[in-house]
Design a protein around this ligand. Structure first.
Ligand code: ZN
Length: 358
């Protein structure tokens, strides 16, 4: 905390507000210094062994910049949390969906960006509830996170946040992009992020977008990855919607005399909006003459491509039945693999798989 410039986006901070902000930040992230452990990392490897930080972009979505910002994040392999204004989401719902589809998380940043602490409780409720609804309408999911404009909060606002199940998220590093910081200064600010930390940035500045490749390189050099903000703690944590090579195996009992099979799923590749899955079908201790596999995805996921098999679909479109291309016979213990691409549409859960013989 002591290194953090205590300024709040767009305005100077009174001493009282500074104390309140400091106290809130201490509750949210102040323990990090004590908890952070410097983990040894493999030489030359850019991994997540040093933990996770959260990049946040406020005040969007904006037609002039959001698409460019998302492309820059995806090109750099970064994920971020967008604290959106409700009125901007209502005006640009497709951009909110694009945030979701790029693998980003979305939080509530009020409807019209007022000084919330100058509103009464009913006005606060309107600002928050209309934004929850607009984001739900645009993306299918209501936020769990709320960032008050200017970082200004009070007990009345906290009461309203709680009524909507929202966790208040401030920041412990301020990029100062709202205050004409240069790209180099934004990169420098991000270089102070530690495990669990949250950096304040905004959707709307080319300097901020230009900082992304260098932020990515700096985080990778320190074995830090970009994570989600925990609705429980308000801290950056490993994404829970990013299964790391999830493997599920199902053996389906077979009819007498036809042998048995095992289906194993693994995620083989991931992009900002989709992932590839592979299913390996392995024969048991007896040869099999053929096999049938079932892959069930979670709505609104959609399978957009398949290979090494012949698919058919149920009426929901969520259950794919895969049969071999041509002869599906397998010797005892032998295996074959088919694959598919899933458009996540914001849902990253691994499919469930099973197989049967023949
Ligand atoms: Zn803002």
């Amino acid at each position: 905390m002591s290194r953090t410039a205590v300024t709040v986006a767009g305005r100077p901070v009174t001493r009282g507000a500074r104390r309140r902000l400091a106290a809130t930040l201490a509750g949210a992230v102040g323990l990090l210094g004590a908890l952070a452990v410097a983990l040894p990392s493999p030489a030359g490897a850019a991994d997540c062994s040093a933990g996770y930080v959260a990049l946040t972009y406020d005040d969007g979505p904006k037609p002039a910049t959001t698409t460019t910002l998302l492309n820059a994040l995806r090109s750099a392999g970064l994920r971020a949390t967008f604290f959106n204004q409700g009125n901007a989401v209502q005006a640009n719902p497709a951009l909110a969906r694009a945030q979701r589809d790029a693998g980003m998380w979305i939080g509530n940043h009020s409807w019209s960006h007022p000084h919330m602490t100058q509103l009464n409780q009913a006005q606060m409720t309107t600002e928050i509830s209309q934004t929850q609804q607009a984001i739900q309408n645009a993306t299918g999911t209501a936020p769990r996170l709320f960032r008050p404009p200017y970082g200004e909060t009070n007990n009345t606002l906290k009461t309203v946040q709680a009524q909507f199940g929202l966790t208040e998220v401030l920041w412990n590093v301020d990029s100062q992009d709202w205050n004409n910081a240069s790209t180099a200064q934004i990169v420098q600010a991000a270089s102070t992020l530690q495990n669990g930390g949250v950096i304040l940035m905004h959707d709307g500045y080319q300097t901020t977008i230009n900082a992304i490749p260098q932020i990515a390189a700096n985080l990778a050099s320190r074995n830090l990855c970009t994570g989600m903000i925990s609705p429980t703690t308000g801290r950056a944590v490993a994404p829970t919607d990013t299964p790391t090579t999830t493997t599920t195996t199902t053996t389906t009992s077979s009819q007498p005399g036809t042998g048995s099979c095992t289906a194993t799923y693994r995620e083989s590749q991931r992009w900002g909006d989709r992932f590839n899955g592979e299913v390996t079908i392995r024969a048991g201790s007896a040869p099999i003459s053929s096999w049938t596999a079932t892959v069930t995805v979670t709505s609104p996921q959609k399978v957009s491509a398949t290979w090494n098999g012949t698919p058919s679909w149920d009426s929901s479109g969520n259950v794919m039945t895969m049969k071999p291309n041509g002869n599906g016979s397998l010797a005892a213990g032998a295996s074959t693999t088919f694959g598919f691409t899933v458009m996540a549409n914001g849902q990253w859960r691994a499919p469930t798989v099973s197989c049967r013989t023949p």
